[in-house]
Design a protein around this ligand. Structure first.
Ligand code: FAD
Length: 397
């Protein structure tokens, strides 16, 4: 087994790492700024530099202006970009656009690619993914109330969605809606492109998440689709193919998220070690001299290492054997890394004491905004059930 990272990948990762630390860390203080347009302008200036450095859209195909990295390479990139909440956005590989790009790339018609995919990869527009509903369990997504009913040459969409991340300012949504209720459960829903300026697309609010509503890209929208009419040409793939396509979107997407979370763990771990080594806790004694703190550091270091290797292994399986052969590994990393993230950020806050609770470090931001890791893209419990079923089927007749 070879753990060496190819030289070209290593160079890319180091360039990105330096950029994130030098150019993006200083901007993080404005994450909750009231003047979102000014903050966004600064981010877009950084995007231009990234494009000039030819580091734009690392995971997207070369023919569309991306770097065309493999999933394994992008996993390593995602780790360094994840150190800052701004990393993926500034390098043009942020969720939910990254997943929507994959869907459009795989299933879009030439006209859809021209209208939506091209400007999305170029970073000229943003998008959102609108599946979860207020009154239905997201953990059992086949239970959808949103419908898209044919009327002439159009679909008329009605439904109440929420947690459509980054809907505020998005040019369009990919909406999951029931088009074929007569079909078997997994073939009832379709993905439909809905421009945000369509009549009946009502962004009700940005949902306050742990007290922060956020703005623009950094928000989660509640949307009511009310007699929202779009041409039938706006369907992606085919009718009833929504869940099949959603699976394609989620496999690589989980690798991106998990390596981003490893990046968050690395940053939080670095902060915890720095604080422990420099905080005087008694005359002549640093916090790092306490055995309990040493144990926390040793445990977090091992947890991060184990989680990281699991994600890289899952990425390697997807690259070499395909997403369906890596189903178990993809589910395992989802709950292992999300829980490691939560433990490491929480421990880092504990070591910082009152400072950890303040917004003077990035830790409180991570704590608020990344708690959702154990819920979105499949809650812990759903993935654990899936892993257990895959293992136990070998023991049952
Ligand atoms: C920060 C954030 C961003 C998100 N972004 C998006 C987005 O961009 N687009 C989108 O469509 N959605 C998005 N979501 C929604 C997300 O996908 C759902 O919240 C998730 O699927 C869970 O659905 P639910 O909230 O309806 O919880 P429910 O389905 O009601 O489940 C609640 C809890 O019940 C437990 N549970 C559920 N099923 C089982 C089971 N089988 N066995 C045991 N326990 C179980 C779990 O603990 C779960 O957390 C986002 C959510 C968050 C928090």
């Amino acid at each position: 087994m070879d753990f060496l990272i190819p030289e070209r990948t290593q160079i890319i990762v180091e360039m990105m790492d330096e950029f994130v630390k030098k150019e993006l860390y200083p901007l993080e203080k404005d994450l909750d700024s009231d003047d979102y347009p000014a903050f966004e302008k600064e981010l877009h200036k950084k995007r231009e530099i990234v494009k000039q450095m030819e580091l734009w859209a690392p995971n997207h195909p070369k023919e569309f202006g991306g770097m065309g990295l493999s999933l394994m390479e992008h996993a390593l990139v995602s780790e360094v970009l994840g150190q800052s909440p701004l990393g993926h956005y500034v390098f043009g590989c942020q969720a939910p656009d990254a997943g929507n790009i994959e869907i459009l790339h795989l299933y879009g018609t030439p006209a859809q690619k021209e209208k939506y995919l091209k400007p999305l990869i170029e970073g000229k527009i943003r998008s959102c993914f609108s599946m979860t509903e207020v009154d239905m369990p997201g953990s059992n997504p086949v239970m959808l109330e949103t419908t898209a009913i044919k009327d002439g040459t159009d679909y008329v969409i009605n439904g109440h969605k929420w947690y459509s991340s980054s809907a505020d300012g998005a040019e369009f949504a990919i909406v999951m809606a029931v088009t074929n209720p007569e079909n078997s459960t997994y073939l009832q829903a379709s993905m439909i492109l809905v421009p945000a300026d369509t009549k009946g697309f009502n962004l009700v609010r940005n949902i306050p998440v742990m007290g922060h509503s956020g703005k623009g890209y950094f928000s989660h929208g509640e949307i009511i689709y009310q007699n929202c009419r779009v041409p039938q040409d706006n369907i992606l793939g085919g009718e009833g193919q929504g869940f099949v396509m959603a699976q394609d979107r989620l496999g690589p997407g989980r690798i991106h998220h998990c390596m981003r979370w490893i990046g968050i763990c690395n940053r939080s771990f670095d902060l915890m070690c720095r604080r422990a080594a420099t905080r005087t806790i008694a005359p002549g004694k640093k916090l790092a001299s306490k055995q309990i703190v040493q144990a926390w550091i040793a445990e977090c270091a091992a947890d991060i290492q184990a989680a990281r290797l699991m994600v890289l292994h899952a990425a390697w399986r997807i690259d070499t054997l395909g997403a369906s052969a890596a189903r178990k590994e993809i589910s395992m990393i989802k709950y292992v890394v999300a829980n490691t993230l939560q433990k490491v950020v929480d421990t880092a806050i504990q070591i910082h004491g009152g400072l950890g609770m303040s917004s003077d470090t990035i830790l409180a931001y991570f704590f608020c905004h990344e708690r959702g890791a154990r819920i979105y893209d499949g809650a812990d419990e759903v993935h654990k059930t899936s892993v257990a079923k895959q293992i136990l089927k070998n023991y049952m007749n």
